[in-house]
Design a protein around this ligand. Structure first.
Ligand SMILES: [Zn+2]
Ligand SMILES: [Zn+2]
Length: 261
C-alpha cells in the first residue's frame, strides 16, 4: 500500500474531540500512516495536547510554539512551557511560528520578535522550524537568514506564495509544504510554483481541520484527505502518485529527523 505523511495537522483541536480515534483510524485506512500534530493554536494547552497525542501513538509526532496570530498574548509562563516541551523526545520541531500580515491578529513587531525567539529556541534544542508565512515572505526570509535557520531545517507550511517566492525559498534551502489550497480552481499560481520546489524539498499536509481539498471542500478537513492534495501535487510535479508519496514521505522524515528516509 502507498503510504503518505500528513506533515501538518491540528488534530489536537476541539473540532476532533468527538471522534479523534475514528479520524486517526480513517487516516491509517487511507494510507496516511504518519502525522505531525501542530501544538501551537492559542495558549500552550495546544502544545500539551499535541505532545500527549504523540506519546500515545508511535506514528504521531508533535511540534510546539505559539502561532503568529496569538503571540500578542505570549507571557513568560507560556515561554516556560515551550522551553520545557521543546526538549521532549516526541517533539520534532518548533512551530508553527512565523509572520501573518494578511490577518495581522498580532502586531507585526511582536510577530517578528517571537519568530526570531522561536528560531533561537529551535537552535537551543537543535530541531527544525515550521513556519506559517502569509503575505510576509520577504520579512520572513530576512529573519530566517538572520537566525541561520537553514542549518536546523526550515519548513514553509501551507505555502501560498508566488512562483518567485518558491524560487527564493529554494535558495534558502527550505522545505515547502502544499495544503488543499493547491486543489482549488483559483490556485493556478500555486500549482505553477510546485515544479519550482526542488524534489527533495517537497512536502504535503492537510492543515486540518481547515482547508479541505477538493472534492471535500467545505467539510471539516482530516488527515485522510491529504490523498487528494497528493494527487494534484504529483501532477504538477510531473511525478506519479506513488513517486510523490515516496518523495514527500522521505522529505518529511528527513526534515523532522525520523527514521524512514
Ligand atoms: Zn499555519
Ligand atoms: Zn497550521
Amino acid at each position: 500500500m502507498i503510504e503518505l505523511f500528513d506533515s501538518h495537522a491540528h488534530v489536537d483541536g476541539p473540532e476532533f474531540d468527538a471522534d479523534r480515534d475514528a479520524v486517526l483510524a480513517r487516516a491509517r485506512e487511507a494510507g496516511v500512516k504518519r502525522i505531525v500534530v501542530i501544538g501551537a493554536v492559542g495558549d500552550p494547552s495546544s502544545a500539551e495536547r499535541s505532545v500527549a497525542l504523540a506519546e500515545a501513538d508511535p506514528n504521531v509526532w508533535a511540534t510546539i510554539a505559539t502561532h503568529p496570530h496569538d503571540v500578542k498574548q505570549l507571557t513568560p509562563a507560556w515561554w516556560a512551557v515551550h522551553e520545557r516541551l521543546a526538549r521532549h523526545p516526541r517533539v520534532v520541531a518548533i512551530g508553527e511560528t512565523g509572520l501573518d500580515y494578511y490577518y495581522d491578529h498580532s502586531p507585526r513587531e511582536e510577530q517578528k520578535v517571537a519568530f526570531a525567539r522561536f528560531i533561537e529556541l529551535a537552535r537551543a534544542v537543535n530541531k527544525p522550524v515550521v513556519c506559517h508565512i502569509r503575505d510576509a515572505h520577504e520579512d520572513a526570509r530576512a529573519i530566517l537568514r538572520e537566525g541561520r535557520a537553514a542549518e536546523l531545517g526550515i519548513v514553509i507550511h501551507c505555502f501560498t506564495g508566488t512562483p518567485e517566492d518558491a524560487r527564493a525559498y529554494a535558495e534558502l534551502d527550505a522545505y515547502v509544504s502544499f495544503s488543499g489550497i493547491v486543489t482549488y480552481k483559483t490556485a493556478q499560481p500555486l500549482r505553477d510554483a510546485v515544479p519550482l520546489v526542488p524534489r527533495n524539498r517537497l512536502m504535503i499536509e492537510t492543515d486540518c481541520p481547515y482547508l479541505s481539498p477538493i472534492p471535500m471542500r467545505g467539510k471539516r478537513n482530516e488527515p485522510a484527505n491529504v490523498v487528494h492534495t497528493a494527487k494534484v501535487v504529483a501532477q504538477c510535479a510531473g511525478l506519479t502518485y506513488e513517486q510523490l508519496a515516496q518523495v514527500t514521505t522521505e522529505n518529511t522524515c528527513r526534515v523532522y529527523r525520523l527514521a524512514g528516509h
